[in-house]
Design a protein around this ligand. Structure first.
Ligand code: TXA
Ligand code: MG
Length: 357
């Protein structure tokens, strides 16, 4: 258990009817203007917001999350005017992307203007910006009338929060407000593109799929650090790169194209960990498993039949398995096209061990 000093009384705001939005979020918007921290919904995951123009307010984000200061934040805007003020220039490709995908799950890295303090970008000359596609987020930013710096509203390293209760579990007592708008629609974070040069580079796969981006601006480059854990061999030891999105349970990812081989490997692992006395769960719909085909004490979590529903439930299910005291989670790979690219990226980064069959 993480111990923390509770200094704040966190207030919950439940949005039931979007027509009452403007008055319901007023106090939260005031709080943002007055150096407060507000967790709010976006279409991807919940964000932990503060005034991006105020270094003291932004510092609190890092402290609340226990996030290292060398990991820069995404700045959320509610209008193009707001975006224009915090960057030096917007290239024609960047403009095309904004027109095609904003508001939506696409973050663009651009050269920052002097309005953005160093702490937001960890000293980089660039700033990551996005316009979220969520009424609550947009009204909050508009009403605060400042750009809002916001990472995902989880403790550093944990699965991102896709429901207000996830935020509450991680950050009660350290944030001023949590705005509850129910489960998020997409479930994985935004796609991040570096658009500072002619060659557009994908830094993180996410809610806006690569195929759609390439339809608008042509081929893009995938940064070599994306999914780098996978490349190095058959069984990779933990600690080779920073773990992220991780449940408390040990996560083992079995990857390969042959479903029969994957099924065999997963069953072998289930038997092994069961014999060792662990509480085991199998995650994902892959390899044609169902609860009946697996040994009694093993939990099988079906997380949907298409990439969109897998993405929506992934972090929720990882947190659920932790709550249920599962010690070992075994997941099979899915095909890496469309949203599958983002899903596999999160699983690879969350994994303690990756086994290729
Ligand atoms: O969907 C999302 O993007 C969510 C919601 C809340 O908007 N936010 C989110 O933020 O996922 P976070 O902090 O968990 O991830 C932001 C990532 C960082 O890990 C960082 O590497 C990258 O964005 N980033 C931020 N500024 C950058 C910059 N100037 N250059 C390159 N990468 C940057
Ligand atoms: Mg995050």
């Amino acid at each position: 258990m993480v111990r923390r000093i509770m200094v704040l009384k966190t207030r919950m705001i439940k949005i039931q009817d979007h027509s009452e939005l403007s008055w319901k979020i007023r106090e939260a918007a005031d709080s943002i203007r007055n150096k407060g921290l507000v967790a709010f919904p976006t279409e991807t995951v919940y964000g932990l917001g503060a005034n991006a123009l105020d270094p003291d307010a932004v510092k609190k984000i890092f402290e609340a999350k226990k996030r290292p200061f060398n990991d820069p934040l995404i700045v959320h805007v509610s209008s193009m005017e707001m975006a224009r003020k915090i960057v030096k220039k917007i290239s024609s490709k960047a403009k095309k992307l904004m027109e095609s995908f904003w508001p939506g799950p696409l973050t663009l890295v651009l050269e920052r203007s002097s309005l953005i303090p160093d702490i937001v970008t960890s000293g980089l000359d660039t700033v990551a910006i996005r316009m979220p596609s969520n009424d609550v987020a947009l009204s909050l930013i508009e009403s605060a009338n400042v750009p809002v710096a916001a990472p995902s509203a989880n403790l550093f390293g944990k699965p991102s929060p896709t429901r207000a209760e996830h935020v509450f579990n991680d950050l009660d007592g350290v944030v001023d407000f949590i705005i509850d708008d129910g489960p998020t629609q997409i479930g994985v974070e935004s796609t991040i593109l570096d658009v500072t040069r002619e060659d557009i580079v994908l830094l993180r796969p996410g809610g806006t799929v690569k195929e759609k981006i390439e339809k608008i601006i042509g081929p893009i480059t995938i940064h070599p650090a994306v999914n780098r854990k996978k490349i190095e061999g058959k069984v990779l030891s933990p600690g080779m790169m920073d773990k992220h999105y991780s449940p408390d349970a040990r996560l083992i990812l079995v990857i390969g194209d042959d479903d029969n081989k994957k099924r065999k490997k997963i069953l072998e692992l289930v038997e092994h960990y069961k014999m060792a006395g662990n509480k085991v769960a199998v995650l994902l719909r892959s390899e044609g498993f169902n609860q009946r085909s697996l040994p009694q004490v093993v939990k099988y979590l079906d997380i949907g039949i298409n990439a969109a529903s897998i993405a929506r439930d992934l972090f929720y299910k990882l947190r659920l398995l932790d709550q249920q005291g599962v010690e070992v989670i075994i997941a099979g790979s899915i095909i890496e096209d469309g949203l599958g690219f983002a899903i596999m990226n999160r699983l690879i980064r969350a994994a303690d061990q990756i086994i290729k069959v």
